[in-house]
Ligand binder design. Structure first.
Ligand code: PLP
Length: 483
């Protein structure tokens, strides 16, 4: 493809995307297909000769699009939002064209510097502590964009593990000069049952123990439960090194109380306190939601994903740390071929994460923040919250249903006032209809259906349409029970 063909096809692609977006409401939300459908439609071997562009796009239309779950559909209410917006798509296009691999400052100075600046903008807008913002006077911390929240949690735990091992080595010289891995069986981390499964995965990868503690009836990590677990582990000769808290849990959007958990961590010799706010953290750009952040001054690290709830396309997962050296000292390797003349004064993000290569992801966060302004982004968040409240109102008005979570942001967890089986059947029927898509979770031991407001331009009519579809299906399954 030469530049002129790209110019033509690129414009066609933008038209294709616009038609796709406009036609979404007329599509099923989820495909109606069996696994393996695509293998029957595509040749078993790669083509030897070049193919015609029109043939490729024809296959996209006929074979790929029918297998797409439409996450941007106005009636896609599963999971959390999958960030998307035209400025973000355009920024990614430009980033793909620039095609730089900005692992160090020298590898593409603008890529590194824009990331630092935009992470400062975003961190300040959220209200993160002084030390998390690179440009603040005397700050030793800063922000970095990772691929996913799972990666943010993993590298925070890795930094905590390194900090704990160095502490044990320094304070227990009786161990002598032994390998780091000898300390692994001593290390124990904590989170609540509401924490995302990525915390458990991180502990598995890092070969450390993790206590998954009971949460209270509000889905918050209970102070006393944490204190008791730490005490017991210490009595058994273990070393508590990491606590992962959650602001906005995946199951029910519950919140841990950082003001209670923080002092417990600080009272220990060396606990790293992480705050996972993958979804909810974005909302803290609204002044009225900042009270959920109370106690953040105790945290060592914090993550949130603009690719969930801030209109930025995947991938864009933001991690801030209070002390960047604690993070990088767990990750630094420095071969000659990656060194450069400005290594001492410039940030090299290759030391802040697992991959060496990194895309120019800050470009899309920058575009989105500038094109919407913080006021536009606040308006978007507030619209989702008010629509979730409207949905909650509709559910509570119908005596056949109950709401099981405290609806504070865009997520409502509800169920029929019957047994779990009927609720499972209700959800399965709704999803099979293709008209609406939701997923289940458990709240206080009960099976619930999660309804999350996701679409950028979600409207009251969309929520009311969704509720109509839900109640029609509910009437269908409840009717035989009434007879
Ligand atoms: N943490 C929370 C609170 C989440 O809700 C999720 C996913 O929904 C994750 C972590 C994992 O996110 P990612 O897919 O970016 O790894």
């Amino acid at each position: 493809m030469d530049v002129e063909e790209f110019r033509t096809r690129g414009k066609e692609m933008v038209d294709y995307i616009c038609s796709y977006m406009n036609n979404l409401p007329n599509q099923r939300v989820t495909p109606d297909l069996e696994p393996g459908y695509l293998r029957e439609l595509l040749p078993p071997e790669a083509p030897v000769d070049p193919e015609n562009w029109d043939d490729i796009m024809n296959d996209v239309d006929k074979k790929i699009m029918p297998g797409i779950t439409h996450w941007q559909h106005p009636r896609f209410h599963a999971y959390f939002p999958s960030g998307n917006s035209y400025p973000s798509i355009l920024a990614d296009m430009l980033s793909d064209a620039i095609g730089c691999i900005g692992f160090s400052w020298a590898a593409s100075p603008a890529c590194t510097e824009l990331e630092t600046i935009v992470m400062d903008w975003f961190g300040k807008a959220i209200g993160l502590p002084h030390d998390f913002i690179t440009s603040n006077k005397g700050s030793k911390g800063g922000g970095v964009i990772q691929t996913s929240a799972s990666e943010c949690v993993l590298i925070s735990m890795l930094a905590a593990r390194n900090q704990a091992i160095q502490y044990l080595k320094k304070n227990h010289i009786e161990y002598g000069d032994i390998e780091d891995s000898v300390f692994l069986p001593k290390l124990v981390g904590y989170c609540s049952k509401e924490a995302h499964s990525c915390v458990e995965k991180a502990a598995k990868i890092l070969l450390v123990k993790l206590r998954i503690l009971e949460s209270d009836e509000n889905g918050s990590l209970d102070k006393q439960t944490l204190e008791d677990a730490i005490k017991k582990d210490k009595e058994n000769g273990l070393f508590p090194f990491f606590v992962s808290t959650i602001l906005g849990s995946t199951s029910s959007c519950s919140f841990d109380n950082l003001q209670e958990i923080g002092p417990i961590c600080k009272a220990e010799s060396c606990i790293w306190l992480h705050v996972d706010a993958a979804y909810a953290g974005n909302a803290f750009i609204c002044p009225e939601l900042k009270p959920y952040l109370k106690g953040i001054e105790y945290a060592d690290s914090f993550n949130t994903n603009p690719n969930k709830w801030l209109l930025v396309n995947f991938d864009c997962s933001c991690l801030w740390v209070r002390c960047r050296v604690k993070l990088t000292s767990a990750l630094v390797v420095d071969p000659l071929y990656l060194q450069h003349a400005n290594s001492d004064e410039a940030i090299d993000y290759r030391h802040w994460g697992i991959p060496l290569s990194r895309r120019f992801r800050s470009l899309k966060l920058w575009f989105v923040i500038r094109k919407y302004g913080l006021s536009g982004l606040q308006k978007y968040i507030r619209n989702h919250i008010s629509l979730a409240k409207h949905f909650e109102y509709l559910v509570r008005k119908d005596s056949r249903f109950e709401v099981l979570n405290d609806v504070r942001l865009g997520l409502v967890c509800f169920r029929l006032l019957t047994n779990d089986n009927l609720n499972q059947e209700l959800l399965a029927n709704i999803n099979a209809s293709g008209k609406l898509h939701m997923i289940p979770s458990m709240v206080n031991g009960k099976y619930v259906i999660r309804f999350c407001v996701n679409a950028e331009h979600a409207k009251q009519e969309d929520v009311e349409d969704a509720w109509r579809i839900i109640t029609e299906h509910a009437s269908e399954i409840l009717e035989p029970c009434i007879k």
